[in-house]
Structure formats: structure tokens, C-alpha cells
Ligand binder design. Sequence first.
Ligand SMILES: O=C(O)CCC(=O)C(=O)O
Ligand SMILES: [Fe+2]
Length: 295
Amino acid sequence: MGIKHLKSNSKIENILEVLDQDAGLIIDDILSSEDLQQINNDLEPYLKNNLKGDNDFTGFRTKRVGALMARSPKCRELALNPLINQIAQKFLEPHCDGYQLHFTSAISIGPGETEQVLHRDRGVWGGYVPRKIETQLSTVWAITDFTKKNGATQVVPGSHKWDKDRSPIPEEIEYAEMSAGSVFIYTGSVIHGGGNNTSNTDRLGVFLHYAPSWLRQGENQYLSCPPSIAKNLQPELRDLMGYSQGGYVLGFYTDPTDTEGKLESVSPKKMFGESNDPFQIKTPEELVDGSSKKN
Ligand SMILES: O=C(O)CCC(=O)C(=O)O
Ligand SMILES: [Fe+2]
């Protein structure tokens, strides 16, 4: 069946249609060689060490580097990529009033790594979210080429519609083979996993995942990119990371040192001198109705 490849000027409806059918697709050749060089430069200080995984899931020959919003200016650009954000917004819209950045990681699969166990990323929420709710829109930006030989992500197109307990036969497993600068998009409900690397070079991808703003983020953005760093980032990026409210009474904060009541139960945006999120105080009736409207 294969993974479908689309162009970056494809219509958003076409992209969403393929996502609905397969839950995984590739958009070819978005990044320039300068972009790739910059990402490599940004990540080099963190990838040059001897870091390795310590279990079967994260791999024994795989490096994982997080806090990409704090560490890499170029990855910030990727997180804000307009096409990806349009897709994330449209894909997650039926399940939430807004979405947020949920996970950032550069994953470098080294030579000799074995294949990762196949899984659905939505498992990070412990299986408590009903299947009809999509929990994640995921992107994997290829910084090196992704080939079957060097550990391209394994994916089972269409498996988001399978019974939870059905396992793929080998013929149903495809590989997200793509050239450096392309992006693989998949959902939290599709079966996938890192590939085995039988080549003699590293396979490097930048993983940036988005989730409904009412779900707990996998990577704690406020600790990985604390306010002292976040204050210098673009307001749009801070909003995306969760330095904003995800709804009325969702994500507000209080400055613990404030005795004047200026930053008492306010939007995190106020911390950076911005005005509040556009959530209006509702009547008690509206609040109660609103909180149960999707059930
Ligand atoms: O490295 C990859 O290709 C996939 C990694 C992955 O799926 C995960 O760690 O959840
Ligand atoms: Fe995964």
C-alpha cells in the first residue's frame, strides 16, 4: 500500500483526507539545505556526547535530545510552520477548543540499533482517552535522509481504524522513507515505531508533536523552556507551548511573590506583559453547559 507522498502546495483538504484514510503521509522537500545545516548546528552541542537510551523502547544506540524550543532557533521555526499548524488545527479541531505543542525531541538512531517495538503514541495517556478522540498530530522532520536501511520510522497505514488488539503482519509494515528536508506526519492512533539501523551512519529526525490543549503535555514545556528563556521567544510560540490558557479556568497562574493582586489567577501571557487570552468570563450556566457540551 505504501505511504503517500504529497507536495507542500497540496490542498489542506487532500492532506486531511489522506490522514483520515492512512493516518500517516509524507510531505516532500520542505526544508532547504541551509535550514538543515542550521538545525545540525543547533543540535550539534547536544548530540556530540555519548548519550544513549537505557531500555528497549528508547533504544540502546539511540540519542534523544529534548527542550528543542529552548535550544534550537530553527526548531522553533519548524514548530510554527504554517502548513503544519493548519493541519494540526484542522485535524485536532473536532476534539478541542485549541491545541498545544506536546513533545519535542531530536531522535538520532545510531548504526546497529534494533527496531523499536510497534506502538500507538496515544498510549502515553494510559489508555484513558476514548478512541474516538484523537490525541495527537505528530511531525517527524527528516534531517538526514530516512531509508529502510538507516532506521526510517516503521508505520502501518490505516491501523488507526483497527481493533486495539490486532497486530500487523510484516507485509503491512511500511517505512517512512524520505529525503532530508521532508516531513512525515502521523497521528497518535497509528501503529508505528523506529526502524532498525543496519547502515553505518546516524538517522536524525526532529519530532514535534501537537495535542489538544486540555491534555497533559508529554514533555513539560515550562521546565524544559522556563520563563527566563521563554520571555525571549515569539509570543505565538509561547502560546503554542502552553504559556497561555487552553480555555476559561484552564492553565491560569498566580505569581507567588505578588502581594498587590496584579498577577493573581491570570493568564500566563500576563507574565510577559501581554494581554489576557480571549476567554470571557461566562455565566455559571454557560460554564456548566460549556464544560459538558462535547459529552
Ligand atoms: O524514531 C522513530 O522513528 C520513532 C520513535 C517513536 O515512535 C517513539 O519514540 O515514540
Ligand atoms: Fe512513537
